[in-house]
Design a protein around this ligand. Structure first.
Ligand code: GDP
Length: 598
């Protein structure tokens, strides 16, 4: 098929605006019938992502569409994850497209995630076609949506397609718009093979499947290829497209989106954003935009029961095969026993892995407070890297601690700019630049410590701006800062899981908050329990839990045996989920709540 008849596009949308329903409709209208079994399974394993409004792993679909002009087009629909943690993956998927459908719910209007994703699409110079979905709803307000498209997003509302993915309205109009407005791929010259890698998955039967978009040349079965960033060579065992199942072809040509299977061992060897070229005739230059991704956030993950260590090891290993951005290394903690130091792209990525361990592998785990990577210069001139607060050397031997910084871009409606600046300053950020985007919005650019935006920054941004603010960030090197290690002592014993590195100016407030939280969640014991926060041996905050003898059956009246037994069983169950720290039993819930609340 000629390259002029190919269209590569993706759908960008806020959660629940109807992306999945529309994708299904487009497949239906083009007779790209989904294999129901596979689909049901796929959705099952993505429950978590769906709850969070993100997709992490999904594959492109190649559809064949006979347009009103009588020609048959090859339409490749690429899906993208929708969260800032994965913005690099999003940008690589978008870079594989020439156009995007921007889906907006007619009853909700433009929302934050839409703005963030549209910006990424614009950076890739994609042709954006607005689709106003859910026009069947009585509360649909198409005129308002059109105004917002023009005012907030500076898109031409004339091209907006009214649709109802649920009722099947406007589906053909959407396909016609894609054919008419999204530019056909342009070959970068036929001389060399250049294909960009935008994702990869591990298939239990086939090994690593690499998703590619061909920008020049051809990929053929049996060809020897080279991954340009790693310099590693492979032989192509199979190439093909998704219809939506993997469908083997003889070759992938310029403009095509599909997959290749080579003798690649793990997804870690396939770098997203890398360029595939021919081993014998390598392209002189890789495609632009490749970045090596590294984990930025670290946390210890421990089994609640030490018997589960081996199962946890297997589970993290399995998760990593399919998620090269996730890393782990064995470590041990005095309080929590044997576990793993795990690295993630961001906080959401961390939560997803933790949830998967719980749901898919049935693992009961505790995770420690998330941390970034610090650079430490010791007084003897030695440099070290610290990703775990427990390993920070004592203050006496530290000359300087440097922390990772990010350049953060915040887009907020005008009226909230004052509150946003306050938040940025509370988080030790310096506002570098503000810019009016349109009548309604301002962009605020700031240099801020990564550590400060880890836990609740996004939530605060959303609550300040009533959901309309959005953020994105890029890394901006390291800067020295006055950081200290704060430890929490329970009944005099330091609990390493609660140790954290904080800025000196914030240590006391954090210590007080942590101590108060611990007091709330640790049950009374048979003796008085002291809770203290300390920096280098100096106590900066303290609380105490008074002693109590708790009789669990006290509530029972008469001789209601079954009720009594139930309570005792419940208590037994509760005990299993306890960690003893020194003499104190701390329920798992306490760790989770404290580590969550920051
Ligand atoms: P996603 O999160 O963007 O993938 O959204 P989904 O496709 O899962 O849709 C979210 C909800 O909106 C589901 O309950 C859909 O049935 C519903 N929905 C999607 N499209 C339409 C539509 O055109 N009209 C109406 N009334 N509901 C829709």
């Amino acid at each position: 098929m000629s390259i002029e008849l190919t269209r590569n596009f993706s759908i960008i949308a806020h959660i629940d605006h109807g992306k999945t329903t529309l994708s299904d409709r487009l497949m239906g209208a083009t007779n790209t019938v989904a294999q129901r079994d596979e689909k049901a399974q796929l959705l099952d394993s993505m429950d978590l992502e769906r709850e969070r409004g993100i997709t992490i792993k999904s594959h492109p679909v190649t559809m064949s569409y006979k347009a009103k002009d009588g020609k048959t087009y090859k339409l490749n629909l690429l899906d993208t994850p929708g969260h800032v943690d994965f913005s690099y993956e999003v940008s690589r998927s978008l870079a594989a497209c020439e156009g995007a459908l921007l889906l907006v719910d007619a009853s909700q209007g433009v929302e934050a995630q839409t703005v963030a994703n549209l910006n990424l699409a614009m950076q890739q110079n994609l042709y954006v076609i607005p689709v106003i979905n859910k026009v069947d709803l009585p509360s649909a307000d198409v005129a308002r949506c059109k105004r917002q498209l023009e005012d907030i997003l500076q898109l031409s509302a004339d091209e907006a397609v009214p649709a109802s993915a649920k009722m099947g309205i406007g589906i053909i109009d959407i396909l016609e718009s894609v054919v008419r407005l999204v530019p056909a791929p342009v070959s970068l010259g036929e001389d060399y093979l250049r294909a960009s890698v935008f994702d990869s998955i591990f298939d239990a039967y086939r090994g690593v499947v690499t998703y590619v978009r061909v920008f020049s040349g051809t990929i053929v079965r049996g060809q020897k290829i080279r991954m340009m960033s790693t310099g590693l060579d492979y032989e192509v065992k199979e190439v093909g497209v998704f219809r939506p199942k993997m469908f083997a072809m003889d070759k992938l040509e310029v403009g095509d989106v599909g997959y290749l299977i080579a003798n690649v061992k793990t997804t870690a060897d396939v770098k997203i954003g890398d360029t595939v070229t021919e081993m014998r005739r390598p392209a002189p230059e890789a495609l632009p935009g490749f970045k090596e991704i590294h984990p930025l956030v670290f946390s210890g993950i421990y089994p609640i029961s030490s018997d589960d260590f081996e199962s946890l090891k297997m589970a993290v290993g399995k998760l990593q095969i399919n998620d090269a951005a996730f890393t782990f290394m064995a470590e041990s903690s005095a309080a929590l026993g044997f576990g793993f130091r795990c690295g993630f792209l961001g906080l959401l990525h961390m939560e997803i892995i933790q949830e998967r361990l719980r749901r898919e592998f049935n693992m009961d785990v505790i995770s420690t407070y998330p941390s970034v990577i610090y650079e430490v210069k010791k007084t003897n001139g030695e440099e070290m890297i610290v990703d775990n607060p427990s390993f920070l050397p004592s203050v006496q031997v530290i000359e300087e601690i440097r922390e990772p910084m990010v350049k953060i871009f915040l887009m907020v409606p005008n009226e909230y700019i004052g509150d946003m600046m306050q938040l940025v300053m509370d988080k030790r950020g310096q506002v570098e630049h503000t810019e009016t985007l349109d009548d309604n919005r301002v962009m605020l650019q700031s240099l801020i410590p990564l550590n400060e935006i880890l836990v609740d920054f996004n939530d605060k941004l959303k609550s300040i701006t009533r959901g309309y603010g959005s953020m994105d960030y890029e890394h901006a090197g390291y800067q020295p800062a006055d950081l200290v290690k704060m430890e929490m002592l329970i009944a005099g014993d330091p609990v390493d899981a609660f140790a954290c590195i904080v800025h000196r100016s914030k240590a006391e407030a954090r210590g007080r908050a942590l101590a108060a939280k611990l007091k709330e969640v640790i049950p009374q014991q048979l003796f008085v329990v002291s809770i203290q926060a300390a920096i280098g041996g100096k106590i900066i905050a303290s609380e105490r839990i008074s002693a109590l003898r708790k009789d669990v059956t006290a509530k029972c009246y008469g001789g209601d045996i079954s009720r009594k037994r139930k309570l005792l069983e419940k208590q037994k169950e509760g005990k299993k989920r306890m960690k003893s720290i020194g003499k104190v039993n701390i329920p798992q819930e306490a760790f989770i709540q404290v580590l969550k609340s920051g």
